[in-house]
Design a protein around this ligand. Structure first.
Ligand SMILES: NC(=O)c1ccc[n+]([C@@H]2O[C@H](COP(=O)([O-])OP(=O)(O)OC[C@H]3O[C@@H](n4cnc5c(N)ncnc54)[C@H](O)[C@@H]3O)[C@@H](O)[C@H]2O)c1
Length: 334
């Protein structure tokens, strides 16, 4: 059956990369996005594609959602206030979007004849893991931020078997993303470190020995396609950690990888920053069930971002610009 996928929040950092992959695989794509960061530029190149449709609006607006759903086979929920800093800055709005509205959407998607609904969650849900333990999907969750707490609440909500759904719900716990995309987010560790060091040669690194798994945006796009094509009995009601152990490192390791390309840098390591998260994750389930292996290394991601910066291919690469990070939101249309 031909796929017609609704990407909710598909105009942010990861959504346009998924869009590219889905369009290549001959799926139809509809994107519903509120453009909280004035990020329409990120999807402009798709607007002439007859298999692409963009709708500007809020995910809780049923007058928008209902007509769209008539032609949709699968839904991917990417939307929300994404990241610890933005949810800390706007706690009320964060709770409203990331929990209340997303849960309402999950209910509303029932009885619409949909095949799969993928909720994109985060490995941040593991929070702080002592030692070198690798968390698999059954490892106890320890969400430390409002962002992760909402993700945990929605995971439970969408997978709860007491509220029967006619679609196949799936949760993907994404590692931290990196790599080039139409809307670069320079508030994410790998991207931020590369930009900072390439442009100023100096960086302050907080909690340098904390571990984190990373994954290239293109690998995430491939994974979404894999999940959408997988038999429902393999993925239904399943949680998958999304990433690959080989792209796990500390911030100190990350600096060393960047130093290969930019040897003369000044790094100020600060041991007690405000972000205690430390987690290493076991990705064997996604590898064994879906054959997912990351094709892009962190080193490759560093090199491609550096290449763009050197060629001045970013028209603006300002780490304070809202288009390039989740910093400030205009809430007049919420
Ligand atoms: N980027 C990462 O490192 C990472 C890591 C783990 C999980 N994730 C998850 O992946 C998903 C996408 O992340 P991203 O980096 O692309 O985020 P992003 O902030 O770049 O994109 C989110 C998009 O959602 C839209 N949006 C927000 N509220 C909305 C609403 N009420 N209605 C419609 N659209 C709305 C925004 O306008 C934005 O375009 C998120 O669910 C995030 O939690 C991301």
């Amino acid at each position: 059956m031909e796929k017609s996928v609704l990407l909710i929040g598909g105009a942010g950092y990861i959504g346009p990369v998924i869009t590219e992959d889905l369009l290549k695989s001959k799926a139809k794509v509809t994107c519903l996005d509120l453009l909280l960061y004035e990020n329409k530029k990120s999807i402009e190149k798709f607007l002439t594609d007859e298999n692409y449709r963009f709708i500007h609006g809020d995910l809780s607006d049923l007058s928008l959602i209902d007509p769209i759903l008539k032609s949709i086979t699968d839904v991917v929920i990417l939307a929300g206030l994404v990241g610890d800093p933005i949810t800390k800055k706007y706690p009320k709005e964060s709770k409203l979007i990331n929990e209340v509205k997303i849960m309402g959407l999950i209910d509303h998607l029932n009885n619409q004849g949909l095949n799969k609904v993928i909720f994109v969650s985060t490995c941040s849900n593991y929070g702080l893991i002592p030692g070198n333990t690798l968390a698999d999907e059954n490892y106890p969750l320890n969400p430390l931020s409002l962002y992760a707490k909402s993700k945990v609440a929605v995971e439970e909500y969408i997978l709860n078997s007491r509220t029967q759904k006619d679609y196949c719900p799936i949760v993907l716990r994404f590692a931290t993303a990196f790599g080039l995309a139409p809307r670069m987010r320079f508030d994410l560790t790998v991207n931020e470190f590369v930009l900072e060091l390439a442009t100023s040669g100096h960086i302050d690194v907080y909690d340098p020995d904390t571990w984190r798994p990373y994954c290239h945006v293109k690998d995430f796009a491939r994974l979404i396609n894999l999940v959408l094509s997988a038999p429902n009995n393999v993925v239904s009601h399943q949680i998958f950690n999304a990433g690959d152990e080989k792209n796990t490192c500390t911030k100190r390791d990350l600096i060393k990888m960047i130093q290969v390309y930019i040897p003369n840098i000044e790094v100020n390591y600060i041991s007690s920053g405000g972000d205690p998260r430390n987690y290493q994750v076991n990705f064997s389930k996604v590898r064994e069930s879906l054959g997912f292996i990351a094709e892009n290394s962190i080193e490759k991601g560093i090199a491609e971002i550096l290449g763009e910066i050197k060629n001045k291919n970013f028209t603006i690469y300002d780490k304070t610009s809202n288009f390039h990070g989740n910093y400030t939101i205009k809430f007049n249309n919420l």
